[in-house]
Ligand binder design. Structure first.
Ligand SMILES: Nc1ncnc2c1ncn2[C@@H]1O[C@H](COP(=O)(O)OP(=O)(O)OP(=O)(O)O)[C@@H](O)[C@H]1O
Length: 250
């Protein structure tokens, strides 16, 4: 079996007296969608924040492609191949769709264009941005102002922004939040296609999407992983059903 792309070992974070993530361990393999589910306040976003580098853990380790990244800055993690999207849409509405993605491509490449003429650098960024937009099915909207996109298209744009940083692992925090039924279908299909090329750690409340997409699911309750397994195992787990899923998810 291939080594995991992401390995989280005993990750703990306290806010005051509250253990928000409590010795959390899990792995994400390349080509796998690993969903992290759990009730509101279980610590899912706090875990993603620690993996992305927005929050320092109190204890535990984060290994990415075998390298310990626990103390690495956020920009260095992006350069290493970690990309995240946010629960709340995070785009520049006055810039075009293409510009939003080109900026992300530029942030990833940093100074790598310093020996190129600016226009050649710009062409390259635009090409990279168009490629990322094509991968999420949004190339036809490249010239539109980002603020004019429909909600579901904004979620696609956020994914393109993440892809433009050339990641190996995507940290997706509620990518379906606020999407209507048709947009949800489109985004589920898109996430399913991305699986071939990336590892994905997916936080999502839409259980139909989670059970349709995930190769494995970890269930977080009060900061602790109470179960990890394939979707049928999780669905049948009595502790999970009692703590989170309830009867209607069966
Ligand atoms: N910076 C902070 N300071 C203090 N408490 C915090 C902070 N960030 C989060 N918390 C608390 O930690 C707990 C876990 O929050 P977190 O956002 O990680 O949960 P979640 O599982 O992502 O929830 P949701 O599904 O509602 O997004 C909550 O009780 C929250 O109030």
């Amino acid at each position: 079996m291939t080594a995991p792309l992401l390995r989280i070992e005993g990750l703990s974070k306290r806010f005051g007296g509250l253990a928000v993530t409590d010795a959390v361990s899990l792995e994400v393999r390349a080509g796998e969608i690993h969903a992290l589910i759990g009730p509101n306040g279980a610590g899912k976003t706090t875990l993603i924040n620690q993996v992305s580098g927005a929050l320092a853990p109190d204890a535990g380790r984060i290994l990415f492609a075998g390298r310990d990244i626990t103390r690495l800055s956020m920009p260095r993690r992006v350069r290493a191949g970690l990309a995240r999207t946010f629960q709340v849409t995070c785009i520049l509405p006055g810039f075009s769709v293409l510009e939003n993605v080109a900026l992300a491509a530029q942030a990833r490449d940093g100074s790598s264009f310093r020996f190129l003429r600016p226009s050649a650098g710009e062409d390259r960024l635009n090409r990279a941005a168009l490629e990322a937009l094509a991968a999420v099915g949004l190339a036809h909207r490249a010239a539109a102002p980002a603020g004019a996109l429909a909600h579901g298209e904004k979620r696609q744009l956020e994914l393109a922004i993440a892809l433009a940083t050339r990641p190996r692992l995507l940290l997706l925090d509620e990518p379906l939040a606020g999407a209507g039924p048709e947009e949800t279908e489109r985004l589920i299909a898109l996430l399913g296609r991305l699986r071939a090329d990336y590892g994905v750690l997916l936080v999502e409340h839409d259980m139909r999407a989670v059970f349709a997409l995930a190769d494995r699911i970890s269930v977080l309750v009060y900061g602790r992983v109470i179960a990890t397994g394939a979707p049928p195992e999780i669905r049948a787990n009595p502790e999970v059903r009692a703590a989170y899923l309830g009867e209607d998810e069966a």
